[in-house]
Design a protein around this ligand. Structure first.
Ligand code: CAO
Length: 552
């Protein structure tokens, strides 16, 4: 058996991504590649997989934490090797996401002597709770890597009548915390591991001589059984009392929430509590801040060019009309919503329509089917659209631009990267296919399929979704005769493609049935004018009508 520290692998350049899900619990046995946690950056969520098979010893992050590449997220016990894994060189090469654990238990593997003293890892156990059993963990006040002082709160627990801090008995660095909010703990339960240093300024005082649990055990705290003794007892709330008149000190909140409140400059009595017994949680604080920012932003937006008079959205209780379920939006969904508001309010949109006659393209596509199948790719209209848009961006370079942030320059692009909107269960994502002008139809078909699969599996990296000049949003497989897409700023435009329809077209002497593809081009009228857009869409539709133009 060996211990392995689990670290966050390469996140493709993303930094400080949110932990949105803890997929395993302490004690779980996992196979290599099983998801341990799910993280979410600005544009996508992704699993952090187990680097090897084994048993989870601890998870040192919690939902809502932010992590970056190399951050420790927990420890595993693996079958590799025969001892505690302190000698990394004897182990097989670890997966990129993990590396060998430092010395694990205090008594079996004393840490090497550091300049300031001897480092030692010790278990943190729940102290005497004065008879209370199975109290709720309501807050985790520290994370792995935190430097703490003796007496600092580690977690907050809550019994029947009061909540209390579990303080640290030692000064040191938190290695891991093995409980999470919502867990139940009793006296003597191990809640994590701390690295202390003797001979330095460790508060552990002789930790090396004392048995680990005793040395690291937090100081006893008042039992959660007596209201008089309870340091964090919830004030009895009178629902008729105006919240703003409640002094902050009487607001029911844990020390970490109070600290965060102070850091953010929020008066806690203004925050709507959603925790048990009216406790203010960190989420409540974040929700309050978001609400205030939204209010400030909509106020600022209303100020553009005078008061445009956007009335606040009324709060409606939909349950008065019938049964409802209120579910949280995914982060991608929320981000998309925020971007849509920004883009629709700040980009002056014009949408121009055309129909491309793709009768010949469809014949050609059908003729390619057997060859495509042999190559293992599916040729839909999308690779043709990518190719035609790339040709149009090259033909009309004044359209391959972005408005500079300063509003005074135009950024002209010598590359042709195109985004492709993909509908996924977690929301809309737009992977980017690079250098579309330099790729063939089969290559584009293959890449578009791979990107759509990765998008739906949540496997896109942030860099897969950056750098597009232009986006294609195809609803052709779904249906509809047309829609007006919103520009994905700072891109210049977006092509909305609807379902092809067979229509009678006049060929000069008679009506003939033709396959017509409805196109809608929305563009940023600050960056380009109608002439550029008209030339761009006409050329694009012309290429789709006669793909031989791609050879020119
Ligand atoms: N008209 C008629 N049929 C069409 C078509 C069109 N414009 N476009 C595609 N089709 C057909 C395809 O040929 C395919 O038919 P066969 O299976 O018979 O060959 C079928 O529809 C399904 O296509 P697909 O979905 O497998 O592949 P695609 O290349 O058309 O689309 C992708 C890929 C990723 C663009 C698409 O799956 C998707 O997610 N679209 C939604 C994008 C979106 O949500 N946009 C809105 C953004 S704004 O909110």
């Amino acid at each position: 058996m060996a211990k392995q520290v689990i670290k966050v692998p390469d996140l493709g350049g993303a930094d400080q991504v949110d932990v949105i899900e803890i997929a395993v619990a302490v004690g779980d046995t996992v196979a290599e590649e099983d998801a341990l946690i799910v993280v979410e950056g600005d544009k996508a969520s992704m699993d952090v997989p187990a680097p090897v098979a084994g048993k989870i010893l601890s998870i040192s992050v919690k939902e809502g934490d932010k992590v970056s590449e190399g951050d420790v997220i927990g420890e595993m016990e693996t079958d590799a090797g025969d001892d505690a894994g302190s000698d990394a060189s004897e182990e097989p090469a670890p997966a990129p996401a993990a590396e060998q654990a430092p010395a694990p238990a205090a008594e079996e593997a004393p840490a090497p002597a550091a300049a300031a003293g001897v480092e030692k890892e010790e278990e943190i156990v729940v102290p005497d709770l004065g008879g209370a059993e199975s109290v709720d963990v309501i807050e985790i006040s520290v994370s792995a890597g935190d430097e703490i002082e003796e007496g600092d709160a580690l977690i907050v627990v809550e019994g029947d009548k009061a909540s209390m801090d579990v303080p640290s008995a030692a000064t040191g660095t938190i290695v891991s915390i093995s409980v999470k909010e919502g867990d139940k703990v009793s006296t003597g339960d191990v809640i994590g591991v701390i690295k202390t240093r003797s001979g330095g300024d460790s508060g552990g005082g002789g930790a090396s001589a004392a048995p680990a649990p005793a040395a690291a055990a937090p100081a006893p705290v008042p039992a959660p059984t007596s209201e008089a003794e309870a340091p964090q007892e919830a004030p009895k709330r009178d629902p008729h009392v105006e919240r703003d008149h409640t002094p902050s000190a009487e607001v029911y909140a844990g020390p970490a929430v109070r600290k965060l409140g102070r850091e953010l400059g929020v008066t806690l009595n203004k925050v709507k509590p959603t925790g048990p017994r009216g406790r203010v949680t960190k989420d409540d604080l974040h929700a309050y801040i978001k609400e205030q920012v939204k209010k400030a932003e909509s106020g600022a937006a209303a100020g553009i060019g005078g008061n445009i008079g956007i009335a606040p959205m009324p709060e409606i209780d939909f349950s008065q009309f019938g049964p409802v379920r209120v579910e949280p939006m995914s982060k991608i969904h929320k981000l998309t919503a925020a971007n849509m508001v920004r883009n629709s309010l700040t980009v002056p949109h014009v949408t121009q329509f055309d129909d491309a006659d793709i009768t010949d393209l469809e014949d050609f596509r059908k003729a390619m089917k057997a060859e495509a199948e042999k190559r293992g790719v599916k040729i839909t209209p999308v690779p043709f659209l990518l190719k035609a848009a790339a040709a149009a961006l090259r033909e009309v370079p004044s359209f391959n631009v972005s408005l500079h942030n300063d509003g005074e320059h135009i950024v002209k692009k010598d590359y042709v990267h195109i985004g492709m909107a993909v509908d996924t269960p977690k929301g809309l994502v737009v992977p980017v296919i690079r250098d579309v002008d330099k790729k063939g139809l089969y290559e584009l078909a293959e890449e578009a399929t791979a990107m759509a699969v990765a998008a739906r599996d949540g496997k896109l990296k942030p860099r897969d979704m950056q750098g597009a000049c232009f986006t294609i949003s195809s609803l052709g497989a779904i249906g509809g005769t047309g829609f007006t897409p919103i520009v994905n700023a700072p891109e210049v435009g977006i092509l909305g493609v609807s379902k092809l329809a067979i229509r009678p077209e006049w060929n000069g002497s008679e009506f003939v049935p033709r396959k017509m593809l409805p196109l809608a081009l929305s563009y940023d009228h600050r960056a380009v004018n109608g002439g550029d857009a008209g030339r761009f869409l006409t050329y694009l539709a012309g290429v789709l009508a006669d793909v031989r133009k791609l050879l020119l």
